[in-house]
Design a protein around this ligand. Structure first.
Ligand code: ADP
Length: 565
C-alpha cells in the first residue's frame, strides 16, 4: 500500500511546478502539436480560469498530438463552441462568475455541443449529491485534483478516438449519399438525353418527310420545257432550297450527336477519288450555273484511306459547296489530292473566291460561326461538323486565305493505308468527269417495286423514275408488296422503312427467305447511324435518308442495278 501511494504520488502533477515547465507558451487560445498532421487533429477545449492550471492541462495533453484550445472562462468557452466542434471538453468546476456546472448547462443547450463529452476537473471532493448534479448536467467523467496525467490522457484519448471514428463514419455516409446523388443526377441526365435523341430523330423524320415530294416535283417541273423559263427558274430555286433545308436538319442533328460524343464511324478502306468525284457531281449544277472552272488534280500515288465513306463524302461535299457558294461567277475551284509524306493523304479544295480575313480564320470551324452572319444563308455548322468528322478519323483540317477577295484553301489530311491501293495510278490534271448518262432509252426497262405509304412521295418518285425510263409499280404496304412480287418479276426494290403493317427491313427479310434476290434500297426519314446500320444488316444495298435529291436517287438506283449486272 505504501509503495502504491509512492507510485501514485510520482504521477501526480504539481500544477505550480508545471507552470514553470512550459518554456514557450503559445499566444491566444490555440496550442498545436506537430505529431499529427493538421487534418487529422481533433479539437480539445480546455476551460480553466487559472493560467497555471491551463498550462498544466496543456502539458499533460500535448503528447496526444491534438489541437488544444484554451478558454479562461465559461463564457469564452461558449463563444469558442459557437465557432467549431470539439472532440471533448475538459472543464474546471470551480470558476469565478459562471462556474463549471452553469457552463455545462449552457453547453448542453446548444445543438452542436449537446452530446460533446465533458470531463469535469475539481479540486474539491464533492458530495455524492454534488457529483450527481454534475452527471445530470451531462458530465461524462469527473477527475479530482491533483490530476494523474496518465488517467486524464487516457480518458481524453478515448473520447478523441471516439470522435474521430464518428467523424469518419459521418464522412463515409456523406460520400455515399453524395455518390448516390451523382448517380441519380447521371441517370436523370441520361434519361433526358435519350428522350432528347428520340425527340430529335422524330422531329427530323417529320421535317424531312414532306420535303421529298416537294423536291421531286420541283426538280422535275423545273426541267419541263412546256413551262415558261421564269416558272422553271422558280421551281429550280424551290428544289435548291428544299435541299438546303434538308442539309440544315442533317447538320443540326450531327452537331447534337457530336456534342454528345455519339457520332460513330463505319470504317472501311476506300479510294478517295470516287468520293471526291461524287462531291463534285452533286455540286455540278451549281458549278456550271456560276460558270466555275473545275480543276481536278488527283495526283496521289496512293489514294487509299480507311474511312467512313459517307461521312468523308459529306466533308468533301461541304467544302466544294462552300467553294462554289463563296466564289463569284467565272472563278475557279481546284480539288487536289496528293501524298505529302508517307502515310498521309492530303485533299486540298482551293477557290478564287471572296477569301477569309485573317482574324476570322481561327473561328470558322466553331459551330454557328460565319464571317458575315446570314450572308451565305447557312447556319455556320458545316465546317464544325466537317472538323469533327475529320478528327474522328485521326485526321486534320485547316483553312488559309491570303485575305479578302484572294480566295481560300481548305486542307484535309487523313492517315493513308499504304500498299492497299492496287495500281496507285494518278490522273493529274484530268478534267472533271462528266456525270454518267441517265439512261432513258436503254434496251431494257428495269422493273422497280416501290413500297411507300406516303402517297405524295410515292407519286413523285414514280413520276421521276418513270420519266427516267423505269417501270415502277407502287405498293403501299408489306401485304400488297408481297402480292406484287408473286405476280411480276422485279429488278429492284425501293422500300420505305416505316410501313403501316410493319417495317421495310421485315419485308426484305421475308422476300429473301422466299428466294427473291433483287437488290434493295431503303428509304427513310430516319437517318441516324443506327438506322443506316439496321438497314445494311437487313440486306439493303443503300439507306437513302429523305429527302434525297433526284441525282442521289439516280446514282443509287444505277449503282444497285450495276451491282447485279
Ligand atoms: P455555312 O453553312 O454558314 O456556310 P460553314 O461552317 O460551312 O457554314 O462555314 C462557316 C463560314 O466560313 C461561312 O459562313 C463563311 O463565312 C466561311 N467560309 C467557309 N468556306 C469558305 C470559302 N470557301 N470562302 C470564304 N469563306 C468561307
Amino acid at each position: 500500500m505504501g509503495s502504491q501511494n509512492h507510485e501514485r504520488s510520482k504521477n501526480l502533477v504539481n500544477l505550480g511546478a508545471l507552470t514553470c515547465a512550459a518554456e514557450n507558451p503559445q499566444p491566444g487560445n490555440q496550442v498545436r502539436s506537430d505529431s499529427t498532421s493538421p487534418d487529422d487533429r481533433a479539437d480539445i477545449l480546455l476551460v480553466d480560469d487559472r493560467e497555471d492550471k491551463l498550462l498544466a492541462l496543456e502539458t499533460i495533453l500535448a503528447e496526444l498530438g491534438q489541437n488544444l484550445v484554451l478558454a479562461r472562462s465559461g463564457s469564452e468557452a461558449l463563444r469558442l463552441l459557437l465557432q467549431r466542434d470539439f472532440a471533448v471538453i475538459v472543464l474546471d468546476v470551480n470558476m469565478p462568475g459562471m462556474d463549471g456546472f452553469e457552463t455545462a448547462v449552457l453547453i448542453r443547450q446548444r445543438q452542436n455541443s449537446e452530446l460533446t463529452p465533458i470531463i469535469f476537473i475539481s479540486a474539491v471532493n464533492y458530495s455524492e449529491v454534488h457529483l450527481a448534479r454534475g452527471y445530470s448536467l451531462g458530465a461524462i467523467d469527473y477527475i479530482l485534483a491533483p490530476i494523474v496525467p496518465e488517467i486524464l490522457r487516457a480518458k481524453v484519448s478515448f473520447f478523441v478516438d471516439l470522435y474521430k471514428k464518428t467523424e469518419q463514419l459521418k464522412q463515409q455516409a456523406e460520400i455515399q449519399s453524395r455518390l448516390a446523388r451523382a448517380e441519380a443526377a447521371r441517370a436523370e441526365a441520361e434519361a433526358a438525353n435519350s428522350s432528347k435523341d428520340r425527340f430529335l430523330a422524330m422531329l427530323s423524320h417529320e421535317l424531312r418527310m414532306p420535303l421529298t415530294p416537294i423536291l421531286f416535283s420541283a426538280s422535275m417541273l423545273s426541267k419541263d420545257e412546256r413551262l415558261p423559263p421564269d416558272a422553271r427558274k422558280d421551281l429550280e430555286s424551290i428544289a435548291y432550297n428544299v435541299q438546303v433545308e434538308a442539309r440544315l436538319i442533317d447538320d443540326l442533328l450531327d452537331v447534337a450527336r457530336i456534342s454528345q460524343g455519339k457520332l460513330s464511324l463505319t470504317l472501311d478502306s476506300a479510294d478517295i477519288r470516287p468520293l471526291i468525284d461524287s462531291a463534285l457531281s452533286i455540286c455540278a449544277e451549281d458549278l456550271s450555273a456560276k460558270n466555275l472552272t473545275v480543276h481536278r488534280e488527283l495526283k496521289a500515288a496512293d489514294p487509299t484511306v480507311r474511312v467512313d465513306a459517307a461521312r468523308i463524302s459529306q466533308v468533301f461535299w461541304n467544302l466544294v459547296q462552300n467553294a462554289v457558294k463563296f466564289t463569284p461567277p467565272h472563278g475557279r475551284v481546284t480539288v487536289r489530292v496528293i501524298n505529302p509524306e508517307q502515310g498521309w493523304l492530303r485533299v486540298e479544295v482551293i477557290d478564287t473566291g471572296i477569301g477569309i480575313a485573317p482574324e476570322a480564320l481561327p473561328r470558322i470551324f466553331d459551330p454557328f460561326e460565319q464571317v458575315e452572319s446570314g450572308r451565305s444563308g447557312g447556319l455556320g455548322l458545316g465546317l464544325a461538323v466537317s472538323k469533327a468528322i475529320v478528327e474522328l478519323h485521326g485526321g486534320k483540317i485547316s483553312a488559309s486565305s491570303e485575305g479578302p477577295q484572294r480566295g481560300s484553301r481548305f486542307v484535309i489530311e487523313l492517315p493513308n493505308i499504304l500498299g492497299e491501293s492496287g495500281t496507285g495510278r494518278s490522273d493529274a490534271g484530268a478534267q472533271m468527269a462528266p456525270a454518267p448518262d441517265w439512261n432513258q432509252n436503254g434496251p431494257k426497262r428495269h422493273q422497280i417495286l416501290l413500297v411507300d405509304d406516303h402517297n405524295d412521295t410515292a407519286e413523285a418518285l414514280r413520276n421521276y423514275l418513270g420519266r427516267a425510263g423505269y417501270d415502277v409499280t407502287v405498293a403501299a404496304s408489306i401485304e400488297v408488296a408481297c402480292q406484287c412480287v408473286e405476280q411480276q418479276c422485279f429488278d429492284l426494290l425501293l422500300c420505305d422503312i416505316g410501313l403501316p403493317d410493319g417495317r421495310g427491313d421485315e419485308l426484305l427479310l421475308k422476300l429473301r427467305r422466299a428466294g427473291y434476290e433483287f437488290p434493295a434500297i431503303a428509304l427513310s426519314g430516319f437517318g441516324a447511324e443506327t438506322d443506316v446500320a439496321r438497314s445494311r444488316a437487313a440486306g439493303f444495298h443503300t439507306h437513302l435518308t429523305k429527302p434525297f435529291s433526284p441525282q442521289q436517287l439516280k446514282r443509287t438506283v444505277e449503282e444497285a442495278l450495276r451491282g447485279t449486272a
